[in-house]
Design a protein around this ligand. Structure first.
Ligand code: M6R
Length: 369
């Protein structure tokens, strides 16, 4: 059932173009308008929502962090993202005007389930973004938007992450349309961009030979750092999590802007650092700021492994390696940038002779608090 791949994880990484395409499928009407029939929460309630709180754990929480940037930008509603196990124990401000979005691949994560219950007790509406049909979280939520990633067997989450971002984006666009923040043609334009992503993800996979090679060379590495900014920040955290889980290597993800506030002290000669570079076509100066970060760490001897958009020549002088990904709108770029990081962790762990599908000490669904 591994379809010729060495591991389920490897297979699931390669399933990602389908996971995104299938999650987009069947969610528009004959006029191309976004319809999310599953969101069975009164439109009047959705219009009056004044805060969205995403609750999730692990990779699902990073998907939520990515979605925060898009949903706030499109809907002009504040979005908080909170680890489900922290949420319930801090007396959160949640009420009838809060939309709680619970994100979970398995639909069985106990921490997330308990947070769902807590939110509903406070009067909030809960919408679940879940991959597994018939699981517990959707049964207890007010509505469910399923991701269509297909079964995810490997303990480390990969295709579910991309599908969760996709589903959360559909929700954001739906809310923006409903609440009048976006015109129908603006929504359609972004949907078209989303539909173009599976091909681009495939291109990233097709180009992954070099990242595999580097991962094999780095099998003895003790520590890897990941830097990103804006939507690249949660991608950095996800890259670090994959490496911890699979390869048992110390890894940390940082917001690139935070570097000078502390983490730069970690940089010593030979320290590998992945840097996720935002598009140079972005609206503000984020690109040049991140390029300066690469320059700063390189000057201190870091080994810089850079993920950048096709055509971005500015990164080259400071990069030991550049992994180029196709051009995409800034908000959609995480669907591409994370893929080399997944491949890196999977390949490095395989090179160390580890079981990438069943890393030590971990369970696929964490059904205890
Ligand atoms: O099934 P869920 O999405 O609720 O699981 C949440 C986390 O336990 C999960 O993402 C975990 O962090 C994975 N091992 C990450 O690869």
């Amino acid at each position: 059932e591994k379809g010729g791949f060495r591991s389920f994880m490897d297979k699931e990484i390669h399933d990602q173009p389908h996971a995104v395409a299938d999650t987009l499928l069947g969610r528009t009407d004959a006029q191309g308008r976004l319809v999310l029939d599953e969101v069975r929460i009164d439109e009047s309630v959705l219009r009056s929502v004044d805060k969205i709180v995403v609750i999730a754990c692990g990779t699902a929480a990073y998907a939520g962090q990515v979605a925060k940037y898009a949903i706030e930008h499109w809907c002009r509603v504040p979005v908080e993202v909170e680890l489900a196990h922290e949420f319930r124990y801090r007396d959160p401000v949640v009420n009838e005007r809060t939309l709680v979005v619970a994100v979970s691949q398995s639909g069985e994560t106990m921490d997330t389930l308990m947070a769902v219950r807590h939110a509903r007790e406070q009067g909030a509406k809960v919408l679940a973004i879940v991959n597994t049909h018939g699981s517990t979280i959707p049964r207890e939520a007010d509505a469910v938007l399923y991701t269509h990633a297909g079964p995810e067997i490997a303990v480390a989450s990969t295709k579910a992450f991309l599908a969760q971002i996709t589903a959360a984006y559909l929700l954001g666009l739906y809310l923006a349309q409903l609440r009048g923040n976006m015109f129908a043609d603006e929504v359609t334009a972004i949907l078209d961009e989303l539909r173009a992503m599976p091909d681009k993800i495939q291109q990233v996979l097709d180009r992954a030979g070099r990242v595999r090679e580097i991962a094999r060379w780095m099998a003895d590495t003790q520590s890897v750092l990941f830097l990103g900014r804006h939507v690249g920040f949660p991608v950095a955290m996800e890259g670090a999590l994959k490496l911890k889980e699979l390869a048992y290597i110390h890894a940390e993800g940082f917001a690139a802007g935070e570097l000078k506030h502390g983490p730069i002290a970690l940089i010593e000669p030979g320290q590998p650092v992945f840097v996720i570079v935002p598009s140079p076509r972005g609206r503000d100066s984020l690109h040049s700021k991140v390029v300066s970060n690469i320059q700063e760490i390189r000057a201190r001897g870091a080994r810089t492994l850079v993920i950048a958009e096709d055509g971005d020549e500015a990164v080259r002088p400071f990069a030991d390696e550049v992994f180029y990904v196709p051009k995409s709108p800034t908000l959609l770029a995480p669907l591409l940038a994370v893929v080399p990081l997944q491949v890196f962790a999977c390949e490095l762990a395989t090179a160390k002779g580890l079981d990438v599908d069943q890393p030590r000490n971990l369970a696929k669904s964490v059904t205890v608090e």
